[in-house]
Design a protein around this ligand. Structure first.
Ligand SMILES: Nc1ncnc2c1ncn2[C@@H]1O[C@H](COP(=O)(O)OP(=O)(O)OP(=O)(O)O)[C@@H](O)[C@H]1O
Ligand SMILES: [Mg+2]
Length: 265
């Protein structure tokens, strides 16, 4: 009788399984040890994001959104499960490889902007390019290009502390895009902004997504912000509770567009 035992998958089989997907998570768990007790922040997440897709993650406070985003961004590793980023198995990679992936492939946008206050907008964008090994002159040129794309060319010399919240988040967006990443991960990018400024920042994110076909995963509490994405994944208690497609979503002008009009890469 043939054995019912599952055969281990070959690397080729894995490759086919992850083809066309920017991110594939299988049974991802994350536990934190807090003194004597364990917090089960993620309890087995299965998730796939296509290349060039724009996904929003929603869910109540404490449901594991930031934990998931940290794992997606290789800032943390799962306690269990598999994670393939662009087909590469990252769950088992050593720290130095993870930091290379973070620098070269991922752009982060956080709620608190995370800019260096005393540095100019230009320097804040240049710094990540120089960390990636680019010369100063080239870094300056690329940084200016992205600051212009987010409408801040004229503010390049202002220090971060002299900029408004919306402007700071646009600098953070320019910084995230400057290394030409495959993924943008955003954790509540409009969390510290009023509604008018949120719309402005979302428009810029949308424009960059449309023009660069970057993959975006964005955590948000705000339904109106989630409507800029193509798909909403809802978490509850560390699990995926539900998923829905935004059949119609906002574009960079805040106009409604049909999902059929968007082509993935
Ligand atoms: N470093 C940590 N150590 C221990 N527990 C943690 C840690 N980080 C997160 N947790 C716990 O894991 C759970 C998920 O936290 P997480 O920050 O992912 O939630 P969230 O969905 O992002 O919430 P919020 O909407 O409030 O930002 C929570 O119960 C939280 O207390
Ligand atoms: Mg959070």
């Amino acid at each position: 009788m043939a054995s019912a035992k599952r055969q281990p998958q070959t690397p080729q089989a894995k490759k086919t399984e992850t083809d066309g997907y920017a991110l594939v998570l299988k049974g991802v768990k994350k536990d934190y040890q807090m003194g004597d007790s364990q917090v089960h922040a993620l309890r087995g997440i299965d998730m796939r994001v296509k290349k060039g897709e724009y996904v929003a993650i929603m869910g109540p406070s404490g449901s594991g959104k930031s934990t998931l985003l940290h794992i997606l961004g290789c800032l943390d590793v799962p306690s269990n499960g598999e994670y393939f980023l662009d087909g590469d198995d990252v769950a088992s990679m050593p720290d130095d490889q993870l930091s290379t992936i973070r620098n070269e492939r991922i752009g982060f946008v956080f709620q608190a902007f995370n800019l260096i206050p005393g540095m100019s907008a230009l320097e804040n964008v240049m710094i990540s390019l120089q960390i990636s090994g680019r010369e100063e002159a080239e870094s300056r040129k690329i940084a200016m290009h992205y600051l212009n794309l987010v409408g801040l060319g004229a503010r390049a010399d202002h220090t971060a502390s002299e900029l408004s919240g919306g402007e700071r988040q646009r600098v953070a967006l320019a910084r995230a895009m400057a290394n030409d990443p495959a993924f943008i991960l955003a954790d509540e990018p409009t969390g510290n902004l009023d509604s008018k400024t949120s719309v402005e920042v979302m428009s810029y994110i949308h424009r960059l997504w449309e023009d660069h076909k970057v993959t975006i995963v964005m955590v948000t509490h705000e339904p109106v912000v989630a409507r800029y994405s193509q798909r909403i994944i809802r978490l509850k208690d560390g699990m995926v509770e539900s998923e829905e497609r935004n059949k119609v979503f906002y574009n960079h002008d805040g106009a409604h567009i049909d999902e059929k009009s968007i082509k993935l890469k």
